[in-house]
Write a protein of this length. Structure first.
Lengths: 200, 200
DNA sequence: CGAAAAATGGACCAGCAAGTCCAATCCGAT
DNA sequence: ATCGGATTGGACTTGCTGGTCCATTTTTCG
C-alpha cells in the first residue's frame, strides 16, 4: 500500500470509493454489500481487497472521508465569507436547499453506526468535520463583530456551538420526518440571536 | 397473536423485549443478534418467533417504541411543568444529565438505520416522539407567556421547534465527540431566547 | 527486450445469523 | 381427567457476505 500506486491503480481505487459512495447512498449502509460495489464499478473482489487490505471497514472509512469533505464543500462559497447579513442569509438558504435535496438518507451518520463510533479513524473524521464547520461559523461571527454588526459582548464560540447544534438537529429531524421546518427554525433563530437587540 | 396471550405468554414477550433492549444497548444494533437476545433472556428461538412472527424487524420496532417512551419519561416530572424559569433550569439539567449518562450510544437513532426510516412503523414512532416532545415544550412556553414571563409576541411553535432541533443536534454531537458543550449551549441559548429583551 | 512488480479475474471458502419445523410440554376450561 | 390451544425446546436449513487464493494479464523500468 505504501507509495506503490500507478496511475491506473489510483484510478481504480478512486472508482471503487466513488462507486461505493453511490451504492451507500442508494441502498443504505445497512444493506449495501461489497458485491454491490463491485458490480456497480465493474471491478473484481481481488481489486477491492488489493486497494483496501483491511476490508470493508477501510472502504467505509474512505467513503466517510469523502462525504465529510463534501459537506463543507457544498456550503461554499457562502460558508467562507459570512461577512454581511446578506451573506448569512444566502448561506442559510444553501444549507436548507442542500439537505432538502439530500432526501432521507444520511451518508455520514449511518456510516458510524456501522463502523462503530469509537474506531480510531471514524471518530476523528466526524470530530474534524464538526471542528472545521464550527470554526467557519465562528470566523463569520467575528467578522460581523469587527464590522460592528454583532454586539462585541457576544460569546462567539458559544453562539457558533449552539448554531451548529441547531443545524445538526434540524437535519436529523428532517431525515426522520421529511419536513425542514425545524432546520429552518433553528437556522433563523441561531442567526437572529446574533443580531443586536433592537431597542424600540 | 390476536388476543390469545396468557399471563405467562405476556411475561415471556415482555422479557424478550426488555432483554433485546439491553442487548442493543450493550452490543449496539449493528452487531446484536437474535441469539444474543435468546441467551440473555433464557428463551428459545421458537418463542421469539412465536411472539414476533415477522421476525427481527418486528422485535426491533417493539424495542424502539420502548426506548421512545423512555425518552420522555426520563425528562419527567420537569418536562410536564415548565411554568417558571427555575423549572426550565431544572429540566435543562435533567436533559444534560440524562444524555451525559447515556454515553456514546443512541438506542433510537441506531435502530432506524437498521430498520429503515421509511418502514411504516418506524417513522411513526419517531414522528410521534418528536411531536409529543415539541408539544410539551410549546405548552411550557405558553404557560410562561400567560404568566407574563415570556413576550406575548413570541412565535411559540417556532421557538419550540428551534429548541428541539438544538437538543437533537446537541445530543448527536455528544454522541460523536463525547462532549456536551454543544448540548448545553443549545439549551442555554434556546431558553435565553425566550426571555424578554432586557432593556439596559 | 525481459524481468519484476502491479493489477486483475473470478472461483472458492467459512461462518454466521435469520428463519423453519416438528415434537414435547404446560395450562386453562369443561 | 382430558381436550385443545398456548407455549417451549432446539436441531436444522438456507442464503448471504466478507474474505482468501492463485493464476493470468498488464504495466513499469533498467
Amino acid at each position: 500500500m505504501g507509495g506503490a500506486l500507478t496511475a491506473k491503480g489510483r484510478a481504480t481505487r478512486d472508482r471503487i470509493v466513488h462507486g461505493a459512495a453511490e451504492v451507500l447512498r442508494d441502498r443504505g449502509v445497512a444493506s449495501a454489500t461489497l458485491d454491490d460495489v463491485l458490480s456497480r464499478t465493474g471491478t473484481s473482489k481481488s481489486q477491492l481487497f488489493h486497494y483496501f487490505p483491511e476490508g470493508k471497514d477501510q472502504l467505509l472509512l474512505a467513503v466517510a472521508q469523502l462525504e465529510a469533505d463534501q459537506v463543507l464543500a457544498d456550503q461554499q462559497p457562502h460558508l467562507g465569507c459570512l461577512d454581511s447579513w446578506d451573506a448569512w442569509s444566502r448561506w442559510r438558504d444553501a444549507v436548507v436547499e442542500r439537505y432538502e435535496e439530500q432526501g432521507d438518507h444520511c451518508p455520514l451518520g449511518s456510516m458510524f453506526l456501522q463502523i462503530g463510533r469509537d474506531t480510531p479513524g471514524a471518530r476523528a473524521i466526524v470530530v474534524e468535520l464538526l471542528r472545521q464547520w464550527q470554526e467557519h461559523l465562528a470566523t463569520g461571527i467575528r467578522a460581523m463583530q469587527e464590522a460592528g454588526h454583532v454586539p462585541a459582548g457576544l460569546d462567539v464560540d458559544r453562539a457558533a456551538a449552539a448554531l451548529l447544534a441547531g443545524i445538526q438537529g434540524g437535519v436529523t429531524i428532517l431525515l426522520s420526518t421529511g419536513r425542514s421546518d425545524h432546520l429552518r427554525a433553528a437556522l433563523d433563530q441561531g442567526i437572529a440571536g446574533l443580531r443586536p437587540i433592537s431597542v424600540p
